[in-house]
Design a protein around this ligand. Structure first.
Ligand SMILES: [Ca+2]
Ligand SMILES: [Ca+2]
Ligand SMILES: [Ca+2]
Ligand SMILES: [Ca+2]
Length: 155
């Protein structure tokens, strides 16, 4: 069972890993690339091993989507979608790096409002957290394994 306090850990872990990438990108990308007026992909080699591990999809000067191979195993494990103001809109993560996404986070005005997790990595979401201003107020859980929630906890 996933406990609510894990949320803080998840958010922290992502916040920590995303910043190095943003820094690398600002060094690696051409200065005008982010301001191009057409859809574009900026590739980044985050760990400088010669293999591309980050892709930023830019449209009309805005980064709309980033796909990152955080553990450099050749498989994308983190996808970030952005609002036009640069704030994250949605995150999709493969937290155990098994090649299957297992964590979907939705943001509103820069804050996570829903976190859907496949906690046993069987391909089906089994825990849903609902969050308001950093606080989990509801958890839903699929205890029967059919992919839809059958237990609700309000906090
Ligand atoms: Ca690399
Ligand atoms: Ca990976
Ligand atoms: Ca996974
Ligand atoms: Ca599951």
């Amino acid at each position: 069972m996933v406990k609510p306090r894990n949320i803080a850990y998840y958010i922290l872990s992502v916040t920590l890993v995303i910043f190095p990438f943003m820094c690398v990108e600002s060094h690696g990308a051409e200065p005008n690339a982010a301001r191009s007026s057409h859809a574009d992909v900026i590739e980044s080699d985050i760990n400088n091993d010669g293999n591309i591990d980050g892709w930023s999809y830019v449209n009309d000067g805005y980064i709309q989507r980033q796909e990152i191979d955080m553990n450099f195993d050749g498989k994308i494990d983190s996808v970030f979608m952005y609002e036009n103001d640069g704030r994250v809109k949605e995150e999709i993560l493969d937290t155990n790096y098994d090649g299957k996404m297992d964590n979907w986070r939705y943001y509103k005005a820069g804050e996570v409002i829903k976190d859907s997790i496949d906690s046993d990595y069987d391909g089906k979401i089994d825990v849903w957290f609902y969050i308001d201003r950093g606080r989990v107020f509801k958890m839903e859980e699929d205890t029967s394994g059919d992919g839809s929630p059958d237990r609700t906890v309000n906090y």
